[in-house]
Design a protein around this ligand. Structure first.
Ligand code: UD1
Length: 417
């Protein structure tokens, strides 16, 4: 089994850039199955979740070629309507292929999606939304059969919660439906805007991406397009937190600072100096971080649930007590029992974690519980005295491209063994 071995205490300094956004690349790759022609996607990160999306495209009959960070997908001849169960199991985002395949063929067959175990993660909103577009859904042999027998029809849909995945599925199916779809309480994440930008380059007519209401005017067909995936805001935030816990001074280039606008004042409150340019962020950390009174995870533009775990790790060595409230996923504190092994003082009650900062952490044997929780352990181990080993690191590589190389180049003592 592979593991990461980290000797903590090194100060991170230097410059880096982040890979393309995982959460953009996955729906955009699903969208390439909808177009029925050739799509060229640049800045596709080399992550196991992206490999899984490529495997799904191939299983559907698409021709896929990857050269470095550019993935070319030809979806002219789809052969299958079903995402194979082992590929569904690999990641939660496999569910996004439902909207793409419904738009393409009026049919899709899915089984239960896998992904991080951070809560119940039902797909009821996805199902209700596509039903409103004229899709019937049946459940047989553990599979969900989606069929738009009379074609997809635009509709007025209000999501009960701004679900990222449900918003993407509606966009994919509705952009080739007959008539106009109005989607209220849509997710507003930058990845939604990136998907809309790609689909619009293909000839879709999606208006309002980034706002709560999306207006999607159905078109008959889509055409070939080329697109560059946005930088990964979650990876950028994660590395800033690594610098913050190591008294570091790093510059992250080629990112979009406004995508992490909610994090920057929090880092300043923790005592970090932040310097911004149009496409870079520099962080200079203090000798010891200060606590933050209370942080609540919220849908974008609120504080991202995906940064909660690395932030919890950083606050575990801050001066004072901080409170974190996780509003998006009900079981997203699995990293905390691991942080306790390092000597952190954190108690969890329901959705609230009370983090009493300790002066230092000490190296320990750790197990990555999930993707972001796994990166939180890296963050904490970089700050800890002595050696830590992190196992089950496959979770981490679903969302971070070669983190050991990036961190080593900034001065960390980290090895993948
Ligand atoms: C996406 C992101 C993930 C991020 C999350 C929230 C991708 C690939 N993943 O996940 O990194 O943490 O947004 O920002 O983009 N829910 C339901 N029923 C549904 C759908 C969702 O109850 O049908 C609930 C979920 O269980 C969760 C909440 O809604 O509690 C938010 O989920 P959602 O926004 O859909 O997250 P994902 O799209 O799965």
């Amino acid at each position: 089994m592979e593991k990461l071995v980290i000797h903590g205490g090194n100060r991170l300094t230097g410059e880096m850039s982040v890979h393309g956004s995982k959460n953009s690349a996955l729906p955009i790759l699903a969208a390439t199955a909808l177009t029925g022609c050739e799509s060229v996607i640049h800045n596709c990160p080399r992550l196991s979740d992206v490999d899984a999306a490529i495997d799904i495209l191939k299983s559907l009959g698409c021709k896929v070629n990857r050269e470095n960070d550019t993935v070319t997908v030809n979806s002219c001849c789809l052969e299958n309507d079903e995402v194979p169960a082992p590929l569904m199991q690999k990641m939660r985002s496999s569910v996004i292929f439902m909207g793409a395949m419904l738009g393409r063929n009026g049919k899709a067959v899915l089984s239960a999606p896998g992904g991080c175990e951070i809560g119940l993660r039902p797909i009821d909103m996805h199902i209700s939304a596509v039903k409103a577009l004229g899709v019937s859904v049946t459940n047989e042999d553990g599979r969900l059969y989606f069929t738009a027998e009379n074609g997809l029809k635009g509709a007025k849909i209000t999501l009960p919660f701004p679900s990222v995945g449900a918003t993407e599925n509606v966009m994919l199916a509705a952009c080739v439906a007959k008539g106009t779809t109005v989607l209220d309480n849509a997710a507003r994440e930058p990845e939604i805007t990136d998907l809309a930008d790609f689909l619009n380059k293909c000839g879709a007519r999606i208006y309002g991406a980034g706002d709560s209401t999306l207006i999607i005017k159905g078109v008959n067909r889509l055409h070939p397009a080329e697109h560059t995936v946005i930088p990964d805001r979650i990876a950028a935030a994660s590395y800033l937190l690594c610098a913050a816990v190591t008294q570091g001074n790093i510059l992250i280039n080629e990112i979009t600072p406004k995508h992490i606008a909610v994090l920057l004042p929090v880092l300043q409150e923790m005592g970090c100096i932040i310097k911004l340019s149009a496409n870079s962020v520099r962080l200079v950390a203090p000798a010891r971080l200060s606590r933050v009174e209370i942080l609540r995870t919220m849908p974008y533009p609120g504080f991202p649930t995906d940064i909660q775990a690395p932030m919890t790790a950083a606050l575990s060595v801050a001066d004072g007590t901080s409170v974190m409230i996780e509003n998006i996923f009900e079981s997203r504190y699995k990293h905390i029992s691991e942080l306790l092994k390092l000597g952190a003082n954190i108690s969890v009650e329901g959705r609230m974690a009370v983090i009493r900062g300790v002066p230092y952490l000490s190296g320990a044997l750790l197990r990555a519980p999930d993707l972001r929780g796994g990166f939180a352990l890296i963050t904490a181990a970089l700050a800890a005295r002595g050696e830590s080993e992190i196992t089950h690191i496959e979770h981490i590589y679903r969302g971070y491209e070669e983190p050991e190389h990036i961190l080593e180049s900034l001065g960390a003592d980290i090895k993948r063994i």
